[in-house]
Design a binder for this molecule. Structure first.
Ligand code: FPP
Length: 250
């Protein structure tokens, strides 16, 4: 593809590099189906999916998308077979350790959201180490949702608000949408502008259920391991044609 100043063409449509989502969120789905279709173990799909993660991060850096949130492991994923869970946990740890220098070199700040203290210690240490060593970076904020559930996040926000009430730090009458937002894991981030889901399911699966109130959705049948930069461009072109009304009238 040839880049013409701030515009890029994809299938004769214009991709405007000045009109990008500020916060892109992705439900990475279809690793298992990708592998099964090829007669491979599900683990092969997850390993290939990790390569797509790398490609999408590179695209966000190239396009100057400042915030990317990826749904890596849900609070419901513990219901999967033990060997698949163990594989995923080890894969996260291996990939994160391997990419540490690249994250630093590319000025990426990595954050983790979810019930992190329920994850195995060694993964937790890796995550803490990475968040600490990249905290001053500012080209791309990369949020990895891991042991994350939207309802669990709201429950945790309720608990932290209740504690502040008990400690007389806030009054019940002061509770408003802003106070709830400020007690979510994503308190320091704007809501996602665009949510992409791969592998065709038309559901939200407990992902950022508070934050996506006005997010634009884009679902593709492509399995996550096959998701390419062109697919991302296609999603963004579609996003750029939407009229966002936030419940009002345009
Ligand atoms: C969904 O596919 C994918 C996952 C539950 C795991 C996502 C993990 C990765 C992409 C690997 C690396 C990630 C990071 C952040 C280092 P699925 O298993 O639900 O697929 P299926 O619906 O076809 O069974």
């Amino acid at each position: 593809m040839v880049i013409i100043s701030n515009y890029k063409r994809y299938k004769n449509e214009i991709f405007d590099k000045n009109k990008l989502p500020k916060h892109l969120a992705i439900i990475m789905d279809g690793n298992g189906r990708w592998a099964e279709k090829k007669g491979l173990p599900r683990s092969a799909g997850h390993r290939e999916g990790a390569k797509t993660v790398r490609r999408v991060i590179t695209s966000c850096l190239n396009f100057n998308i400042p915030i990317l949130t990826l749904f890596a492991f849900s609070t419901e994923n513990w219901k999967r077979p033990k060997n698949e869970i163990n594989y995923l946990i080890k894969l996260f740890e291996r990939v994160l350790n391997k990419e540490k220098e690249n994250l630093i070199k590319n000025n990426i700040k990595i954050n983790f959201i979810g019930r992190l203290n329920e994850l195995p210690n060694s993964l937790n240490e890796t995550m803490n180490e990475l968040s600490k060593s990249t905290r001053k970076n500012n080209k791309l904020i990369l949020n990895i949702a891991i042991n994350y559930g939207g309802r669990a996040e709201i429950v945790d926000a309720f608990k932290s608000i209740a504690l502040k009430i008990v400690e007389n730090k806030i009054d019940i009458k002061e509770i408003n949408e802003n106070i709830i937002k400020n007690n979510l894991y994503t308190h320091n981030l704007p809501d996602p502008d665009l949510l992409i889901r791969t592998a065709g399911e038309m559901r939200i699966s407990n992902f950022m259920i508070w934050q996506v109130a006005y997010t634009e959705f884009w679902v593709t049948p492509i399995f996550w391991p096959d998701f390419s930069e062109n697919n991302l461009v296609e999603a963004i072109i579609n996003f750029q044609k939407r009229v966002r009304k936030y419940g009002g009238k345009v």
